[in-house]
Design a protein around this ligand. Structure first.
Ligand code: CA
Length: 230
């Protein structure tokens, strides 16, 4: 399984480097952004699983970055932990209202931050830390490479399995064909974008044979998402 990707958005270089070092030591893949504009770019490029976002940033503020993340279908559910030097209750509430999942006031220990990262991921993205994932009526055993829908076992080819495994880690999130290509086939392999449609078609057929209701949503000109009924 790939490492969990963390984007650290922090303009204080010393703190950014410290967080990078400690997160890497815990086997996270880390990317850094020093301002809000860079953060929005890196979110698209790096596709993080979680964002650690400083409140006070040059150019685009942390709160604005947070707002923009929440306003896009692809990143609407992306977990965010806000960092701030302010400790006022009003700011804390404003941060959470804007859509941050958790909040840390500076100064904090890196152990505390890592514990919060794990806690937020466990709560929002259980698929990242579990061997068995269940979303709606779909259950994936990632160790045994087996899939069920309701009571019925679903037999998938290796590519369809990886596609489902990727989609089920981010329920509701819309992935473009290019993003799915990068995640499932890897960015160093040349595969035609249309190939994604073919394998989504097979995955959909296999899932829909097991139960009623199509859990895969096709988003016109955007891509695909897994949104089974909960
Ligand atoms: Ca700052």
């Amino acid at each position: 399984m790939a490492n969990t990707r963390v984007l650290v958005v922090e303009d204080e270089e010393a703190l950014a480097t410290l967080l990078e070092y400690n997160l890497r030591r815990e086997n996270f893949d880390v990317a850094l952004a020093a301002d809000g504009e860079e953060a929005l770019m890196k979110i698209e490029e790096f596709q993080p699983d979680i964002v650690i976002l400083d409140w006070m940033l040059p150019r685009v503020s942390g709160i604005e970055v947070c707002r923009q993340i929440r306003s896009k279908a692809e990143t609407k559910n992306l977990p965010i932990i806000m960092l701030t030097a302010r400790s006022e209750e009003a700011d804390r509430i404003r941060g959470l209202e804007t859509g941050a999942d958790d909040y840390l006031t500076k100064p904090f220990s890196t152990n505390e931050l890592i514990a919060r990262v794990r806690a937020v991921l466990r709560r929002i993205r259980p698929a990242l830390v579990q061997e068995e994932v269940k979303v709606g009526d779909i259950r994936v055993d990632r160790t045994a490479h087996r899939v069920w829908r309701g009571e019925a076992e679903v037999h998938l080819g290796p590519t369809e399995f990886r596609l489902l495994d990727h989609l089920i880690q981010h329920p509701g999130r819309v992935f473009s064909r290019e993003q799915l290509l990068n995640a499932v086939w890897g960015s160093d392999v040349y595969v035609e974008v249309r190939t994604v449609d073919v394998h989504i078609g097979r995955l959909r057929k296999a899932l829909n044979k097991a139960a009623d209701g199509d859990p895969i949503r096709t988003v016109r000109s955007a891509g695909y998402s897994l949104s089974p009924e909960r």
